[in-house]
Ligand binder design. Structure first.
Ligand SMILES: NC(=O)c1ccc[n+]([C@@H]2O[C@H](COP(=O)([O-])OP(=O)(O)OC[C@H]3O[C@@H](n4cnc5c(N)ncnc54)[C@H](O)[C@@H]3O)[C@@H](O)[C@H]2O)c1
Ligand SMILES: O=C(O)[C@H](O)CO
Length: 325
């Protein structure tokens, strides 16, 4: 008998067909209040879960006594209670590396858009306000030859460092759980304390996973330690930043601007003060959102799922000690 899998995200047909070769699939394009009870009913004899964003915790796992594997279609897995999963012998997998280059492109885009005030000026042009020579008050700041501080020099951080070093001649500082030799030797990055990084960087880019240790890693004190001329970029998770502190830092002019791909909560609340600040560039969590990369992530997640359900070790099994490397 084929194992039963619940796919709870809209997924490319090829990926779905691949999963169907070895599994019986119950497919929800997305989960909402309308199909919640149907989902819970299907969970009772499901062997695999395939999707993104859903909080997999004790309450949910209590409803899934047959579960063998959770295949998260994302590299970040802060939505998974790893302790509960491991207590029950349930495997969890993610999709590292296949998205590094695309997320790094998004981050460089945010850096440039924020520094050169592109969304603000785009609005200005389209609104018919371009009727004379550009005045100095609209000028941005340079990106090239500046200092970029990367907090979290993992797969994505290293891909950002590559772009910043070769494409923009930037000096790179980084803070990480451990030294990253590729970043140091190939992209000239210098390891330093968080405080040094914040004091010296023109751009501070946050790229750590969300863990108990990184929650609100950027708070009042950290923003105060940044240069007044510096730009803050976050493409990790909304909760790694104390949003109130960020809002205050921007209002008080403690930092120049911010470029944000992630918020807490998501979707961002419509009355979030960040949305009315001209020096804040916002994106709707699009780090990996290209056709090619989302396909590659889904296919990798499908491989993880199928291998795990066969009883083998999936290529991207999450080990609970990963977050402490
Ligand atoms: N915006 C998006 O669409 C998007 C896309 C992909 C990933 N992400 C986020 O980015 C995160 C990083 O992804 P990755 O693939 O580079 O992961 P990774 O595991 O390769 O790298 C994370 C790095 O952060 C470091 N780190 C962990 N805790 C730290 C701490 N307290 N201080 C300093 N460094 C710390 C680790 O040492 C590691 O090198 C993901 O967990 C996810 O939350 C967001
Ligand atoms: O962690 C990830 O892979 C991205 O945030 C997409 O959800």
């Amino acid at each position: 008998m084929k194992p039963k899998v619940i796919v709870y995200k809209k997924v490319n047909q090829k990926v779905l067909e691949y999963i169907k070769q070895t599994c019986e699939v119950v497919y929800f394009e997305e989960l909402d209040s309308q199909n919640d009870s149907e989902f819970l009913h299907e969970l009772k004899d499901a062997h695999g879960l395939f999707g993104v964003g859903l909080g997999i915790d004790k309450k949910l796992l209590d409803q899934a006594p047959q579960l063998k594997i959770v295949s998260n279609v994302a590299v970040g897995y802060d939505n998974l209670d790893l302790l509960e999963l491991s207590k029950r012998g349930i495997m969890a997998t993610n999709t590292p590396e296949v998205l590094n280059e695309t997320v790094a492109d998004t981050v460089m885009g945010l850096i440039i858009a924020t520094a050169r005030r592109m969304p603000e000026l785009d609005y200005w042009v389209k609104n018919g306000q371009w009727d004379s020579m550009l005045e100095e008050k609209w000028f941005g700041v340079d990106v090239h030859h500046k200092v970029l501080g990367i907090i979290g020099m993992g797969g994505i951080g290293t891909a950002i460092a590559k772009r910043a070093h070769f494409g923009f001649n930037m000096d790179i500082l980084y803070h990480n759980r451990s030294r990253n030799h590729e970043a140091e030797q190939t992209y000239g990055a210098t390891y330093c304390s968080l405080e040094e990084l914040l004091n010296q960087s023109d751009f501070v880019c946050l790229m750590t996973p969300l863990t108990p240790e990184t929650e609100k890693l950027m708070g009042l004190r950290e923003f105060e330690q940044m240069k007044q001329s510096a730009i803050f970029i976050n493409a990790s998770r909304g909760k790694t930043v104390d949003e109130e502190a960020l809002i205050q830092a921007l209002q008080k002019g403690e930092i120049l601007a911010a470029g944000l791909d992630v918020f807490d909560p998501e979707p961002v609340q419509k009355d979030n003060p960040l949305l009315s600040m001209k020096n804040v560039v916002t994106l709707p969590h699009i780090g990996s959102a290209t056709m090619e990369t989302r396909f590659n992530m889904a296919m990798l997640a499908a491989e993880n799922l199928v291998v795990g359900l066969k009883g083998d070790v999936p290529p991207n099994l999450i080990k609970s000690e990963v977050n402490t490397k």
